[in-house]
Write a protein that binds this ligand. Sequence first.
Ligand code: UDP
Ligand code: MN
Length: 824
Amino acid sequence: MMKVRRYLRGSGRVLAFVFIASVIWLLFDMAALRISINDVNSQLLKERVLREREADRQRSRVTQLMKRGFKNPVQKVDLALIHAGKEPFDSDMQLSQVYRKGGKKWDQMMGDKKVNSFEQQGGNVPQADRSKSALSNYQERAALQNVTSKHAVPARKKAVHLDLNGAKLESSRVVDNSNKDTSSVVVPNITPRSPGAPTTSEKRPGKDAVKKDVDQLHSEKNKKVNDEPEIKTGSKLSQIAAKEGHGVKTTSRTPNKDVKEKKKNPEKANEKSDTNVAKPPGPTTKLPPGEKSKDNSAAVRKPGLHKVLALDVTLTPRDPNAVGQFGQAAVVASNENEEVMKRWDEGHFNVFLSEQIPVDRAIPDTRPETCAQNLVHDDLPSTSVIFCFVDEVWSTLLRSVHSVLNRSPPHLLKEIILVDDFSTKDYLKKPLDEYMSQFAKVRIIRLKERQGLIRARIAGAAVAKGEVLTFLDSHVECNVGWLEPLLERIYLDRKKVPCPVIEVINDKDMSYMLVDNFQRGIFKWPLVFGWNALPKEYIRKNNMTISDPIRCPVMAGGLFSIDKKYFYELGTYDPGLDVWGGENMEISFKIWMCGGEIEIIPCSRVGHIFRGQNPYKFPKDRQKTVERNLARVAEVWLDEYKDLFYGHGYHHLQNRNVIDIGNLTEQIELRKKLKCKSFKWYLENVYPDMVAPLVKAEGLVFNRGLRKCLAVQEGFLSFEICDLSKQSQHFNYTWMRHIRQKNLCVALQGTDNSFALQLCDNIKPEQRWIHKSANSALAEHLITELVSHHMCLEAAPRGDSLHLNPCEPSKAFQKWQFTHYYAQ
Ligand code: UDP
Ligand code: MN
């Protein structure tokens, strides 16, 4: 003890102090290593991205030179504007410049938008609002057109409030590049962000975050050097640690040998190498509530992580004054309205305006704030993006392709496959081939006859080389950082099928609009797709934040990623589905019931033009095509619940003499082979808030006038004193509108108004009775479907027979009541 005290005196004390200080320094150093590794990884990926971009650019220049004669039929290249685009935003910039012909002021317009919101009406149709904003005009039109698209606009859509000051700040940074060597002009993420967007409570990344992004991309080398000393200072370290820790869903992985290796030799560590064995990392984003990770991905994973890349590159500097730039609304001069209307039907949106918007316009980064900080794996699978189209509008098809090329990390984008579903427009032939030939990654495949969206997608998948298939509609704009969060989910579990949040590109003014948080895709009977907000209680109970993946009972259909092998394991889509419609139900039920999961990923956002009508022709009648598709889905996947589908207005589909839904043997076999779960399981586990009673009513069938109950005695109908315990008095009123006991149904027989019990048959109208119909005067009556005029089932006053008589609202002998009602 004395010895120790002696050591702590004089020089010993100094030595001890130095020793402790060194240990603390070492600990800080190790922490700094952990934090900086993510930045280094991001940096490395970005460098790779820039290198690939540069190579692409060189290639494209060569091709462009070779095709000097080719003129993009749409985009008018205005040299004056391009020059203007090189200038930093002028602080006196007239906001009205962003509109084609002046007119409305930006803030005035946005003010209008802010106060308007869509209300869901009748499932999918946004409520009409009579105010004068662009948004309300849209609503009005949508309501009038009775939107039936499966991509129906989600409830409560609101406009993004763009912060032009933010844009100004970012643009001025970006524009600096124009003075540099233009061969390496890259415009990173110039999308304006608003710190206080009116649509959600989420905060947008502030200017500092934007500055960081921009700086990172423009001074990669300096940044690498600068990062470390910054992080190593004690106070900075704690600041950064606090910042990184907040809202970042990191893996539970602890830094290990390979992290140090990366620090020493980042290039080498980043290379794909199977010798780099490590424990599979935990999820980087939270799993949906109540879910365990099902990491059935390969056991050997490389553990590197990086922050989601926020790329937004372009081949030319963006013109800040261009129409629709930054996703802003544009208006058309009144004298051009006629032209707008004339062109409308080409795509069922403002085709005229779309042509004037740059094919690579910037759009606001609408992701929840934390998304930019999320970590994803370095070795995500690559994807083939598949666009199917038939007679798509040129400008939107190009904008869709450019948005993928500009905002996807090139090392993850294996290719873009354009599947031309036998379009009739000339511009989609040679001119499209020529235009796309400047992009090495774009392939066009052309179908020899019209196959419809479903078989066109299957054709695209068949030639895809990526590990993941990403299907997109051909009138979309992928937002910043859209791809990695989708691929990350598949990386974590190959049976996850992630969908981006589908935002709205306004069909009238082409503005990019945010959607509400916590929206999921659902269906209502009879298999009608719709959007529905997660119940507040569910969000609270599961501690959900706005960036957490959302379990989605049904996908909208147009936009999703899926592991290619898994897609084939599932037997792709049912190839017997025609043209459009129902395929989103089919793939959704198949995925959920056969072991997969569908999720909406809030950190991945893609804008989509929701159209009021399909702009292309259906080879057969549209309604019949969709009905037929849905019937196929119901027959294969709904089990006993298919009655609910047919019972909601589709009785006629059961008559195979009237409608041929094709052969289902393969689909039924597939379901057996995959050992898929029942539809009951799906309802209970995936969509428990769905109301799906198997019968409409059940129990005793009480006649009000007679005050007795219907019964079956030795195979004949009779009346008895009501007795709940007697099975002979127990009937179901089914979705087929049958009054049914076991397999026997009450039927009108012959021409002499007599009644009998017949073996139930879904096709025979003489077995169908309308009960509790909307016609309140006859709500308690049983109206036969056999004749068009109202004829009702009536008990004889003596209780010995049944008759069919003209319906009389007040006649008690025509009024019937079941013990329990489950649906109207
Ligand atoms: N499509 C196709 N062949 C068809 C019907 C549609 O290739 O027979 C394409 C269409 O061009 C679009 C995608 O499939 O890119 C989805 O169709 P649409 O946008 O009409 O569906 P919605 O968004 O209305 O659900
Ligand atoms: Mn679409």
